[in-house]
Design a binder for this molecule. Sequence first.
Ligand code: KIV
Ligand code: NA
Length: 277
Amino acid sequence: NSPITTLSLKEMKRNGQRIVMLTAYDYPSAKLADEAGVDMILVGDSLGMVVLGYDSTLPVTLDDMIHHTKAVTRGVKRAFVVTDMPFLTYHGTIEEALRNAGRIMQEGLAKAIKIEGGAELAPLIRRCTQAGIPVVGHIGLTPQSVHQLGGYKVQGKTPEAAQKLMDDALALEEAGVFALVMECVPKQLAEFISRKLSIPTIGIGAGSGCDGQVLVYHDILSYGSDRVPKFVKKYADAGSLIKQAISRYAEEVRSGAFPEDTHTFAISEEALEQLYG
Ligand code: KIV
Ligand code: NA
């Protein structure tokens, strides 16, 4: 069970082995995902929505991402950890973007970064890979552009939009991304792009024709996430479980049923006598 690398991920695509990716944002979520055998962990900027309570990913800062990446990497032994570059941290100069990506790698100890966008990112991707920073691309629905896109909608439905996604995917591969996330893309298009590329594609709302899948931790566990998109499958109801447990705790504190003697420490009779004099 040796650690996953960019090489083993490429090999998985060649062997037709599906890649499992899940987000995580802190030590316990990362540890559980890693122990469950997830291949790739994404410290997504979905952090802003599912953990920090914002209503988009735009308010998330580079320091937020580094802080949470540090916690995640402490919990991981095998999975390959990728961290999102947040809104506007890779759209200034290439030097500034490199410095930001470098902080994610050096301080957070992530093994790669992920950036949202198409062919326009090629020069940055080249500089990152030259500097030893592996990059994951992200096309289709790119949530950092939600206001530009006019909402969280399926992308690539018209022939022109589909062609644009195809061209972007090829340009990103050519520039050096080692994997590509496709979000909310029609399944036939995602499958077609996946066949055209030699790097692994990771789908989210993109059907089963991708080389791997990614979903958000809180979404598959129903853990406090209220607005859950159509492409999510719930594998547990952690939210209800947690709420029930907390309600029982509250009841028992109020009734005096908790704590019991087994949860309590005692002092010796002798010490007590001295205390009371
Ligand atoms: O931030 C995130 O969680 C993501 C994935 C869902 C792809 O970018
Ligand atoms: Na993201």
